[in-house]
Write a protein that binds this ligand. Sequence first.
Ligand code: SAH
Length: 489
Amino acid sequence: GAGPGDPGLITVRGLELLRTCDVVLYDRLVAAELLAEVKADAERIFVGKNPGQTHSRQLVSDALLVSKASEGKSVVRLKGGDPFVFGRGAEEAALLRASSIPFEIVPGVTSATAVPAYAGIPVTHRGLSASFVVLTAREEGGDADPDVSKLSVGAETLVLLMGVAALEKIARRLIESGRDPQEPAATIEWGTTGKQKVVVGELDTIAEKAAASGIRPPATTIVGPVVSLRDSLTWFEDRPLFGRTVAVTRPPQGSRELTTRLSRLGADVVSLPLIDIAEPDSWAAADEALAKLSDYSWVVFASMHAVAKTFARLRSLELDARAFAHTKIACVGERTRHELAHHGLSADLVPERFTSAEMVAGLGDGLGRVLFPRVQDGPPEPVTALTEHGWQVDDVAVYSNIPGKPDPTNLQRWVDGDVDIVTFTSASTVTNLAAVAGHPGSSPLVVCIGPSTERAAREAGLDVAAVAEPHDTGGLVDAVLHAARSMQS
Ligand code: SAH
């Protein structure tokens, strides 16, 4: 079970298996952030059904489940919510049993209770509701028309899944079978995510109101007196970035912290990577330098990617962190320091601000050699500044920036003008904008991480709404909050 949408709602056991599996077979409603947890070399296979697609891919999915497991691989079948709540989990488990493949069921947080909870609606409440029934308006893959009337009488709270198209018919049946037409009801689309949309009405008006508001699947409808508690219990929608769509243009490898922090503030985060990280054209210079690291007085890392790529390369040269034993290390920025710590080393110097001048001041004047493993064709200023202070600098490429490849759905949202705020985290994200994403369908507010990014944005003809201070992820999040406050609601 992947949980209902918010990636934080997967269970500890679920996450553990996801991080260690060889293959993940996943459905449409599974959060992209969860797929990012899977090992880089694991297979990610979409086996879901897109809306509008009439035939289910169940057979394909079943066949893959059995064949991948039979190869001896550890397979995660990741399903939205709980696998045993309208999830076909039991059918797939039976199939595995028939094929003598061992399995484990990891329950999930079901949308039946979590989606109402994120809308401020408890499914039970002392004095208001002592029972709840979860029903489906439509059985997935089948034409069965569940008999809602027999369930509707006893339970105080009704939770209706998969029922957007049938909502009117179901509401009518519920009223015919004795439920009060004036009973409070709410329909919640994309609950627990930044796209959450809630429509409140009464049993006899909810279908019409949901249709008028353009509610589409996935949506959950809840009927009963507990719906009125929403007035005092709303919480998720009160977050400062709720209702705002924020684009993150960083490469996917380095965007997790920013994405998580924006999501926690309620934003609907659209991943729109405008740059990606690739191998440099040649490793020759880097390899030569890495083989004789003790010749350098300092190694300067200016980005987390520089650290990650340098260590990956060291490993492939059958070296490890001990190669840095005689060398001091400077890191520009907290993320860079953090990545270094991840490899077991602490930085000797982390300049307060990300400027060449500050870094040179930290290193002081010197006669020795400095290794600067960084992006291919990086800006010349830091190298010039170090050279002017007497250092002999080896500027070697350990990665290159290439244009990003955003997911087509997210790209469409950009083109449709469905982005309120766009964050730029380097000058190259700005310069790649036109080529990778094209013009936005509206004019989103522009937020930049620092002065050189801001300059690039202004040169590209963009108005800059806010610049991060300090020039790091925390500062960027504050700048997004600032920009969001400046928007009319
Ligand atoms: N196994 C899942 C349910 C699968 S049926 C679970 O336990 O949650 C799919 C239905 O679940 C959707 O049609 C919708 O009614 C509901 N649903 C799933 N995710 C949802 C979400 N984020 N917001 C609202 N409803 C959701």
